[in-house]
Design a protein around this ligand. Structure first.
Ligand code: ADP
Ligand code: MN
Ligand code: MN
Ligand code: MN
Length: 340
């Protein structure tokens, strides 16, 4: 028997966007555990905005297991929050998100690294040089030193955990970065994204750095942070076609408010029609158009309106479970033929 550290991770009751919580239990296993081996656990919901003090027990139901390279013999146990009777807690958005293995999602998570209440590299008073050289930049005067160290370490932690990280880049504002995660299956992509956020925040503790997920932390001529959500159904990948695409876009236009409602708080500060965004009260789509709500990638039309689409509206703070739920709902409303 060997002892393993199991870090149970869940989302708390904060609204509109939950925060991550985690605690460790130690368990003995003869061989490295699988998801089926890790037990239910519980926590005090009165301390996480999920229960009243007089009946405070909430249940943690493990739903995904990730190797944790930051600790010896350790796993991260992503868990859903349940009532003691086994029904999902109202804060449990994963339970309401359909788990469709044929829906593929790629999230482009943008964020700022902050120190002492301002983006890394910002002077104590005033601003650094204007945007321009920071996007995919190199050199100490643009990037500083600690940011890239964090980004690289985070990438390795995610890869070790089995998260399908697809890339990283420095973003347009100073102190702003992005990572991309792709997942086949709506739950897989959203689960991986929450764990990647957890790993980033935990890692940053030792550098005395905060991760700022808000979509518009600096006013003025500084980019906000989005979480472009690339999506494809099996039908969109394999059949597609102009007619189908136009019907789908009509459904997206019709459901504009329902999408914006789950695309993250304060999005009106970011979706202004400037800084590569469409304004929050409009819906548009276009080929390679970074000022549209939905962008068709460069080869989409050439491939017969087939492939994936990029919804540019979700923001950096949004809950991926709610994003995938709404996208699936809108796609289902047009009744795509089911493919074998
Ligand atoms: P850009 O910055 O140009 O918008 P990125 O390269 O940052 O593009 O992100 C594109 C994303 O699209 C990647 O995260 C990738 O995983 C995702 N993607 C690629 N193919 C598909 C697909 N068939 N379905 C869903 N997402 C996809
Ligand atoms: Mn990108
Ligand atoms: Mn980006
Ligand atoms: Mn993008």
């Amino acid at each position: 028997m060997a002892k393993y550290k199991l870090e149970y991770i869940w989302l708390d009751g904060k609204t509109p966007i939950p925060e991550l919580r985690g605690k460790t239990t130690l368990k003995d296993f003869a061989t490295p555990p699988t998801l089926a081996d890790v037990p239910l656990w519980g926590f005090d919901g009165s301390s996480t905005m999920q229960a009243e003090g007089k009946s405070s027990d909430c249940i943690l139901k493990p739903v995904a297991l990730y190797p944790d390279a930051a600790r010896k013999s350790a796993y991260l146990v992503l868990s859903e929050v349940m009532h003691p009777d086994g029904t999902p807690h109202p804060s449990n958005m994963r339970a309401t998100a359909p788990d469709d293995p044929d829906m593929w999602f790629g999230f482009e998570q943008e964020y700022f690294l902050y120190k002492d209440g301002r983006p890394l590299g910002f002077p104590e008073a005033g601003f650094p040089g204007p945007q321009g050289p920071y996007y995919c930049g190199v050199g100490y005067k643009y990037m500083g030193s600690v940011a890239r160290t964090i980004v690289e370490e985070h990438l390795d932690l995610c890869l070790h955990a089995g998260i399908n990280h697809e890339g990283i880049n420095a973003e347009v504002a100073k102190g702003q970065w992005e990572f991309q995660i792709f997942g086949k299956g709506s739950h897989k992509a959203a689960d991986d994204l929450w764990i990647a956020r957890y790993l980033m925040m935990r890692l940053c503790e030792k550098y005395e750095v905060d991760v700022e997920w808000h979509c518009k932390p600096i006013r003025g001529d500084w980019n906000g942070s989005g979480m472009h959500t690339n999506f494809s159904s099996k039908y969109l990948r394999e059949v597609g076609g102009k007619e189908h695409f136009e019907v789908l876009m009509e459904a997206f236009a019709k459901n504009k408010e329902a999408h914006i409602a789950v695309y993250g708080p304060d999005n009106h500060l970011r979706l202004t029609g400037h800084h590569e965004t469409q304004s929050i009260d409009r819906f548009s789509y276009g080929l390679s158009d970074r000022g549209a709500s939905i962008r068709m990638p460069v080869n989409f039309i050439r491939n017969g309106y087939r492939g994936y689409l990029e919804d540019r509206r979700p923001n950096s703070e949004a809950d991926p479970y709610q994003i995938v739920s709404q996208i699936i709902k809108t796609i289902e409303s047009v009744g795509e033929p089911v493919l074998a």
